[in-house]
Design a protein around this ligand. Structure first.
Ligand SMILES: Cc1cc2nc3c(=O)[nH]c(=O)nc-3n(C[C@H](O)[C@H](O)[C@H](O)COP(=O)(O)O)c2cc1C
Length: 427
């Protein structure tokens, strides 16, 4: 019997995704000191492209080089390096799949090492150990300018040969900051009611749609909720999803959480309970409400690890696409194996990646140890991405404690190298 994951998915824009598995965005950290894509991007995406996934969504590409999610992000602001993007797009589509560029602005989630004066709807600082400065509230003029930047980057992505774009409205980045009443405390037309908080997201999506045309795939990644008291709620999500569907998106990807509440990785996903099936796919239980309200194909991402759960979610029509991220780092061709029914489940390394148990585990009462575990776990996947990008085999034996220190060192070096190079260029 053929897997339901093998079915093609037609989109409203006229494009078709060849099957029901999408690679969700993962920041690569592979850009050079001038924030340009490199040969490593080409190698990585070619490997992924040959792995049988229907649509690959790139790691978040920044729309403004002054504000990054991390050093090593790619920035697309103008066409001066368009050839490098064309190479990336070509390599990432050799397998006949779609390759969509995720475009984003970090807002307050911009590390101090990148910029010590980040921007946000309001001046609400991120509550995290050390490394993020208090943001300044955006002016009306700056908000309008940022909308144009999304449009510009989306148009350039199309020009470079990417087959679609995804606007990042989730995980506590700028658009998500506008959506949440915790981070958006404005009293003008951009804050207050849900209609006002969603204005920025909607104007970005409408303007991008106008610029790329009706026949170009346009997706949004949205939080089901922030899972924080007084934050963006499931009820908000259901309404915003309906509005975005009206604004002409082709695929809605649902995730959840922010840097302060890492539900996106299944960490502290307190809302996730019920059956094992529900626990495995963190946000699947919200699909019904979102689908009832937004008439648009739905991809849910986060925690899918067994073929039976994926196939059931697709065959019952609960969702239209399964989003996978971390499994693609350790098994770049996992989609083909799932679709051809050669495997029943994917290794979930994240459940055993921690410094130790008890005091040293994920729920340590010491914030520094908790942070080391979280950073070390993400770094495990960063390292697999780097290895794939260099054409090396994955190494699943890496340990969280050394990975934490390696990441801190790498990140600091990347920031210093980038700052030096760009300063030299400017003088
Ligand atoms: C290394 C890494 C980098 C990520 N970078 C991004 C990103 O750039 N944009 C984004 O929307 N999500 C990002 N995510 C979140 C994933 O897209 C996904 O939502 C999350 O990992 C849960 O899916 P999974 O359980 O299949 O891994 C990242 C996750 C990981 C592990």
């Amino acid at each position: 019997m053929t897997s339901p994951l093998a079915q093609p998915l037609p989109l409203a824009c006229g494009a078709t995704i060849s099957n029901r598995i999408g690679k969700s965005a993962m920041t690569e950290g592979l850009a050079d000191s001038f924030d340009r894509p490199t040969k490593q991007h080409n190698q990585l995406y070619q490997t992924w492209s040959l792995g049988g996934t229907g649509v690959h969504i790139t790691g978040n590409v920044m729309i403004d080089r002054r504000y990054l999610e991390r050093a090593g992000n790619v920035v697309l602001e103008d066409d001066s390096e368009i050839d490098k993007f064309k190479h990336w797009a070509r390599a990432g589509t050799v397998g006949g799949n779609h390759l969509w560029m995720q475009i984003s602005h970090p807002g307050r989630q911009c590390p101090s090492l990148v910029n010590s004066q980040p921007l946000s709807p309001s001046d609400v600082q991120l509550k995290m150990l050390g490394s993020f400065s208090k943001p300044r509230a955006l002016t009306q003029l700056e908000i309008e300018e940022i909308i144009q930047r999304y449009v510009n980057t989306a148009s350039l992505a199309k020009q470079a040969g990417f087959t679609g774009v995804q606007v990042h409205c989730a995980h506590g980045y700028l658009i998500s900051q506008f959506l949440s009443p915790k981070t958006n405390q404005r009293t003008d037309q951009w804050g207050g009611s849900l209609e006002n908080r969603a204005r920025f997201a909607r104007l970005v999506v409408q303007a991008v749609r106008k610029a790329v045309g009706d026949d170009f795939p346009l997706s949004v990644k949205l939080n089901s909720a922030d899972f924080q008291k007084g934050g963006f709620s499931l009820q908000d999500c259901v309404q915003v999803a309906a509005w975005l569907a009206q604004d002409g998106i082709d695929l809605l990807e649902i995730s959840g959480g922010t840097y302060e509440q890492l539900s996106l990785m299944g960490v502290e996903a307190t809302e996730v309970r019920e059956s094992t099936r529900r626990r495995e796919a963190y946000f699947l239980e919200y699909a019904k409400a979102i689908k009832a309200s937004a008439k648009v194909p739905l991809m849910i991402t986060g925690g899918f690890r067994s073929r039976a759960v994926m196939e059931q979610a697709i065959s019952t029509g609960e969702i239209d696409m399964v989003g996978l991220a971390r499994p693609l780092c350790t098994e770049p061709d996992v989609s083909r194996k799932l679709i051809e029914q050669n495997i029943d489940s994917i290794d979930d390394f994240e459940t055993c990646l921690k410094i130790g148990d008890g005091f040293w585990g994920n729920n340590s009462p010491v914030p520094l140890i908790k942070t080391m575990n979280t950073v070390g776990q993400v770094s495990f996947y960063y390292q697999q991405i780097i290895r794939l990008a260099k054409g090396l085999p994955v190494n699943t034996k890496l340990k969280v404690f050394p990975l934490f220190w390696q990441h801190m060192l790498n990140d600091t070096c990347l920031n210093i190298r980038r700052k030096r190079a760009q300063r030299r260029y400017r003088t």
